[in-house]
Write a protein that binds this ligand. Structure first.
Ligand code: FES
Length: 158
């Protein structure tokens, strides 16, 4: 089977438990993905969720994106371009990965800068907002005014 041929099992419907088992993702995480619009289900006459088998690949991509630090909002934005009623083709995935490349490059750059600023932290332990590149990379809190500030790390958060 190639990526353009969904194959005979593509129309198989999965319960949320089956999807969780096959994707190694918890049911609660699947429900979260569904609330965020990343995956979709239909309902049986008994009001139980059923997922197309193609959702397995979406979940795998979501997990890979999360491991790479891609915000779920960006994943959802990218998924809008994917077919909802068929397994995405190789071209679909290539477009999607190209869409994420800029985000990954920005994250890699931010992490490289952070790594470069950590040299002074080894054996220091001060965690100073003025001096420490680990606590305050690129002095990001300087523009937030005087007083204590919380810093939640480089890059956008999910
Ligand atoms: S811990 Fe002291 S400079 Fe980072």
């Amino acid at each position: 089977m190639n990526d353009d041929d969904p194959g005979p099992r593509a129309t198989e419907q999965l319960s949320v438990g089956q999807l969780a088992e096959r994707s190694a993702v918890t049911v609660s995480a699947l429900h979260f993905y569904e609330r965020r619009g990343l995956i979709a289900s239909t309902r049986t006459a008994g009001n139980q969720r059923r997922y197309a088998r193609s959702v397995l690949r979406r979940v795998a991509v979501i997990r890979a994106a999360q491991r790479a630090g891609i915000p779920l909002a960006l994943v959802a934005e990218s998924f809008v371009e994917l077919p909802t009623d068929a397994v995405p083709t190789r071209d679909d995935w290539q477009r999607l990965s190209a869409h994420w490349r800029g985000e990954l490059d920005a994250r890699i750059n931010a992490l490289e800068k952070l790594r470069g600023s950590l040299g002074g932290c080894i054996g220091c332990g001060c965690l100073s907002l003025e001096e420490c590149g680990f606590v305050n990379p690129s002095d990001l809190v300087a523009g937030q005014g005087p007083g204590a500030r919380a810093f939640d790390g480089p890059g956008p958060t999910v």
